[in-house]
Design a protein around this ligand. Sequence first.
Ligand code: TMP
Ligand code: ASP
Length: 237
Amino acid sequence: MVEETKLLYEGKAKKVYETNDPNLLIIYFKDDATAFNGKKHEIIDEKGALNKAITTKVFQWLEECGIKTHFVEENSGREIVVKRLKMIPVEVVVRNIAAGSIAKRLGLKQGEKLPRPILEYYYKSDELDDPWINEDHITAFGWADEETLKKIREIAFKVNECLREKFDKAGIILVDFKLEFGFDNEGNLVLGDEFTPDGSRLWDKETGEVLDKDRFRRDLGDLIEGYEKILMKISRV
Ligand code: TMP
Ligand code: ASP
């Protein structure tokens, strides 16, 4: 059995533990909801358990699509066991529909379909508020090389195709999402982190209702109700 040994890192919505196996980590999903780089913060009962269940289902979908992820297995209530990766400090965002920062930055209408899926990079830094960057920043500062970026792009679009179809079957529109990548101990590029409604936008296909963390960011309604709807819908696919 995998057992937690020491807290490695605590983020805004997760804790990561080392375990008795040097190649495995445990991710614990917290009940904290934050937005605007932590300026808005609340503890929301059940959020951690829902995020764990949603991320587990999505990683299983990705495995069905042949995408390598760090997911190993579910652990207790709100934990998953994952492969230890050396993370690249870059957030990879894929967008199908305009919402959030791209709508603001480029003057697009919320809900406008993009001409094709668009990939963006952000530098993972809380102090700097995760600034927008391009491939040149990433290679110049040595966060990843060109070959790795090419692979990341391929995998991220493959993830998009896979999840767009799965969410569609569940009656959900995949608007956008954020991914993080790392290398396992054999040097393979692997998808890490999580896939939850904290880091993606998911809208009800029939009603257009926002089901993701924008409910909290923009005071659109009860967060848990949205997350529960997502889990219920995706559990059927
Ligand atoms: P944005 O519209 O705020 O740039 O976010 C795009 C998507 O990526 C949205 O689903 C939220 C997710 N995201 C994160 O989860 N963390 C981040 O730091 C960033 C930049 C985006
Ligand atoms: N999770 C980030 C924060 O705490 C960004 C966001 O989701 O709005 O600000």
